[in-house]
Design a binder for this molecule. Sequence first.
Ligand SMILES: O=C[C@H](O)[C@H](O)[C@H](O)COP(=O)(O)O
Length: 247
Amino acid sequence: MISYECSQFNTFNAKERYPMPNTEKEKQLAAEASVKFVKDGMVVGLGTGSTAEFMIRQLGEKVANGLSMTGVPSSERTANLAQELGIPLTPLDKVDKLDLYIDGADEIDAQFNMIKGGGGALLREKILAYNSKFNVIIVDSSKKVESLGKFRLPLEVIPLAHKKVVDQLIQLGLNPILRKLDNSEYRTDENNFILDINISGQKNLKDLNTRLLEIPGVVETGLFLDYVNVLILGRAGDVEVTHVNRN
Ligand SMILES: O=C[C@H](O)[C@H](O)[C@H](O)COP(=O)(O)O
């Protein structure tokens, strides 16, 4: 179980923050709608997390029924699942651009800014989203918020520098918490640590992202600004599909 720990807070489970009975159904519906974007011959980036898992399982069925596609996984967890399901995979450096990237999010605001990385895969996810021609985001209705920040923003940091990064983040008033897994530091697929910070009330997200990336030792942030082409939101037995105009 992934948990957070710091002196002022009790340990808590990040995924229990929005208990909603229809959440799983909404994720499934959003995932079902997203695989309709996948066409024969496409190279498709495969996201990470419980919503992405629904999508990967659907793609697995389609591949079993004759769909010809290649996946590029955003995590070891996703790669393992895709392999189990018989989805052909290739590394990112073997392709030019992804035709499509499909993934979930932890929060998405009215301007389609997102927090991602609750599952620890933010770095590879951002690399895939950046190198994709088209990004489809699939969420249940609990993820839609007016402004980001109820969910803590994950930062991937180099272990050697993490205490120095923590000092800087405390000075910025961002209250960092080192992510733990079974009482040890959580490690990403790139063997880094995650610091989860409080960005509630931050108005200028672009500026915040730049300031965070300027701290030596911060590898990447879970702020995904200007990445969404299509948002598919599951809500009460149906989906809302929004095409985002990105200039
Ligand atoms: O690192 C994980 C990813 O950013 C996920 O897309 C995000 O945490 C959402 O996960 P879930 O679909 O399980 O809520």
